[in-house]
Design a protein around this ligand. Structure first.
Ligand code: PLP
Length: 388
């Protein structure tokens, strides 16, 4: 079996009869059949062949196979965005009367799905402190079907012990969905710790260059064939072949990008930690991080994401953000360009204030996504912005 780096460049490659070097972009919605009999056989599943790009497409399949190899999962279904991956992974299996337990430290839209949308369909939900295993255990009911969490969480990089939570879930026949978006498949393989379903926003590190939307659900072949595919094929949150092609080509460089960006982020986190105007830095690979041991256990590096609380007020935080020249103000993340955001008033704005504050998302919190610019340039930019 070839190694990871080789899979990132060659995994899933299917050459057409034209023998192109780079993967082909099959930008088409339908496919033709040689005869009515062939069409019938393909629809019945007695003969292989593509039918319609809402079901499957050769470019999309190349992306799915390459990402599955990187993620160490058996199977992948690509989706139009990270949110359609999150929603599809839940709705393909939940029904009225079921119960889901979720960590409360969640990206705003994930929280909206669980808190506002699922209950409309008769699905019960409970939110728990994801770091506390007992809290997961206490909230299990007879009808609990799913556990959901993100680790590291957006934006405070709170970690959840994947192995322990998955172990508990398995002992009660509960499936676990993990949003692995912050770490990316390069830095964390939840499958190694027992996760059943892993979701990604392709929009983040997978593209990593701010171009296209996309998402993916990674799971076992059995779950994909029996549960996921029927739901997604008929409801239609499919990815455009063009977007899948961009993401497929981006996977070729993801390891180089994410590793370098994470190395730079560690240096920046250390610099921020010793800065007189910084109160607290959230970064999993800092020795001072309160879950450093867990980070070492389940992550390969600390990621390119950092959040930190400044000394002062919201106005000081806004001034720091506005003074940054190299960082673009943007709520996206994982990009080769360094980005800065103020979570309390953007990505996590919809959370009730008391919940937001209990998660550490204060007005003084700033989130950074470290890019590929020269490290000294990034440090100088931050240093100048933090002078007040
Ligand atoms: C943790 C997390 N989950 C899900 C998403 C949704 O991804 P997308 O924007 O591709 O729908 C995001 C986007 O910021 C995110 O940060």
């Amino acid at each position: 079996m070839v190694k990871r780096e080789t899979n990132l460049v060659r995994g899933g490659l299917q050459r057409s009869q034209f023998k192109e070097t780079s993967e082909a972009l099959f930008l088409n919605s339908g496919f033709v059949y040689d005869s009515a009999e062939d069409a019938e056989a393909i629809f019945k599943g007695e003969q292989t062949g593509y039918q319609y790009s809402r079901y499957a497409n050769p470019t999309v399949e190349m992306f799915e196979q390459r990402l599955a190899l990187l993620d160490k999962s058996e199977a992948c279904f690509a989706t139009a965005s990270g949110m359609s991956a999150v929603f599809g992974s839940m709705m393909c299996q939940l029904r009225a009367g079921d119960h889901i337990v979720s960590a409360s430290a969640l990206f705003g839209s994930c929280r909206y799905i669980i808190k506002e949308i699922l209950p409309r369909f008769g699905i019960e939900v409970s939110f728990v402190n994801g770091k506390d295993l007992k809290s997961w255990e206490k909230n299990i009911k007879k009808n609990t079907k799913l556990f959901f969490f993100e680790t590291p969480s957006n934006p405070c990089l709170e970690l959840i012990d994947i192995e322990k939570v998955c172990e508990l879930a398995k002992s009660k026949d509960i499936l676990t969905i993990i949003d692995n978006i912050f770490a990316s498949p390069v830095l964390q393989s939840p499958k190694d710790f027992g996760a059943d379903i892993i979701v990604y926003s392709g929009t983040k590190h997978i593209d990593g260059q701010g171009r296209v939307m996309g998402g993916a659900i990674l799971t076992s072949s059995k779950f994909k064939e029996e549960t996921l595919k029927p739901f997604l094929r008929h409801t239609g949150p499919c990815i455009s072949p063009f977007n899948a092609w961009v993401l497929l080509k981006s996977l070729e460089t993801i390891e180089l990008r994410v590793n370098k960006q994470s190395d730079q982020a560690l240096e920046i986190a250390r610099m921020l930690e010793s800065h007189s105007n910084v109160e607290k830095v959230n970064y999993p690979f800092l020795n001072s991080f309160n879950q450093f041991d867990l980070a070492q256990k389940q992550m390969r590096k600390g990621s390119n994401m950092i959040s930190f609380t400044i000394k002062g007020t919201k106005e000081n935080a806004y001034n720091v953000i506005n003074k940054l020249k190299l960082f673009d103000i943007s709520n996206n993340l994982g990009d080769t360009k360094s980005l800065v955001t103020h979570p309390a008033t953007t990505t996590h704005r919809i959370l009730p204030e008391d919940e937001r504050l209990s998660l550490g998302i204060t007005d003084k919190l700033i989130r950074l996504s470290i890019g590929l610019e020269n490290i000294e340039d990034i440090k100088n930019d931050l240093d100048l912005a933090l002078k007040y």
